[in-house]
Design a protein around this ligand. Structure first.
Ligand code: IPE
Ligand code: IPE
Ligand code: MG
Length: 247
């Protein structure tokens, strides 16, 4: 039986966030260079974006490059940046055709100009699409994002625009780079690592976590559908009791 057909269409997460991990180990297993794994990982991205359109996931956030990843060997960082430019340029027509709207979160100004240019172009081409919102986290770290939000709020308090009593969860949500998106209901991490690695610390407060040993280049549509089926079996309680939820 096709896994996709088992999915309950009335309980699809609106927003799924993914830590795409394991490209390097996947390449090593093939006796190849780490970069080869990153290239192969693009095929998984293509499939998962497509799958979101097929089942009606409206927001997909992909952790593509963390602030900490800048500390990797220079060759790998350069190759990742080149891959980003090439992929965006190559995939934009396909994304556009599928009704995907591209967004970015993270310190985009720290990316090479060629990347920024390619991203801006793709964002502008896809700006009117509504089928799937694809959010790429690039040079992203959640502590960086939260710190910036706190600074913006402090400036407003200092200038008297707002009072300390106006600082609440809604204002924090507004100051984050994710202000236009709902919080993810589901966070997936591939490659067997059970950690969050500075990803969406605020926004994942009540997300369901799904971990799989599958390495990112092997993670394809059926693996994604399996994660959604697992999510659909969870009881999301938000601090209430099971009895309260069932009633
Ligand atoms: C994820 O795969 C991609 C990025 C972090 C850019 P890795 O490159 O972290 O692969 P592993 O974890 O070393 O196998
Ligand atoms: C997290 O993966 C970042 C991305 C997937 C872009 P890492 O491979 O960098 O995470 P750690 O260092 O193992 O926690
Ligand atoms: Mg990794």
């Amino acid at each position: 039986m096709e896994l996709k057909s088992l999915i309950d269409k009335t309980n699809i997460p609106q927003h799924i966030a993914i830590i795409m991990d394991g490209n390097g180990r996947w390449a090593k297993q093939q006796g190849e260079d780490r970069i080869f794994g990153h290239h192969e990982g693009v095929n998984s991205v293509r499939e998962i974006v497509e799958a979101c359109g097929e089942i009606g996931v409206k927001f997909l956030t992909l952790y593509a490059f963390s602030t900490e990843n800048w500390n990797r060997p220079k060759d790998e960082v350069n190759a990742l940046m080149e891959l980003l430019v090439a992929t965006i340029s190559l995939e934009t027509p396909n994304l556009h055709k599928q009704g995907v709207k591209l967004h970015t979160i993270g310190d985009i100004e720290s990316l090479p100009e060629s990347c920024q240019k390619e991203l801006q172009e793709s964002i502008s081409i896809t700006k009117d699409n509504t089928r799937v919102n694809l959010i790429l986290a690039l040079s992203y770290s959640s502590k960086w994002e939260i710190m910036n939000a706190v600074k913006k709020i402090a400036i407003q308090v200092e200038s008297g625009t707002i009072k300390v009593k106006d600082v609440n969860n809604t204002l924090m949500d507004k100051m984050l780079t994710t202000s236009k998106f709902p919080d993810p209901e589901l966070m997936i991490r591939t490659s067997g690592e059970h950690r969050i690695s500075n990803f969406l610390l605020w926004q994942l407060a009540y997300a369901e976590f799904y971990f799989t040993d599958t390495l990112w280049p092997d993670f394809r549509k059926d693996d994604f559908f399996k994660a959604i089926l697992a999510y659909q079996k969870r009881e999301r309680r938000f601090g209430l009791t099971g009895e309260q939820i069932q009633n």
